[in-house]
Ligand binder design. Structure first.
Ligand SMILES: [Zn+2]
Length: 68
């Protein structure tokens, strides 16, 4: 059942479009670098929450650009 790494088309996890899953696609299983970065961003902010021992200090947020 072991097959060599063959090029095939998969669904890009980020945009849902076709992605070339092949050694010449460094972003696989994503279709592009952009999609890979997008997914990594979502990962970091939502799915892959690591406990942060240093919560932001409220004092550091006083830059006048606080969201209402
Ligand atoms: Zn994509």
């Amino acid at each position: 059942m072991t097959q060599p790494f063959a090029a095939r088309t998969v669904t890009c996890p980020a945009c849902g479009g076709p992605s070339r899953y092949a050694p010449d696609n460094p972003w696989r299983p994503f279709c592009s670098e952009r999609c890979k970065q997008l997914d990594l961003g979502a990962w970091a902010s939502e799915r892959f929450r690591v406990p942060d021992p240093t919560p932001p200090d409220p004092g550091e947020l006083s830059d006048g650009r606080l969201p209402s």
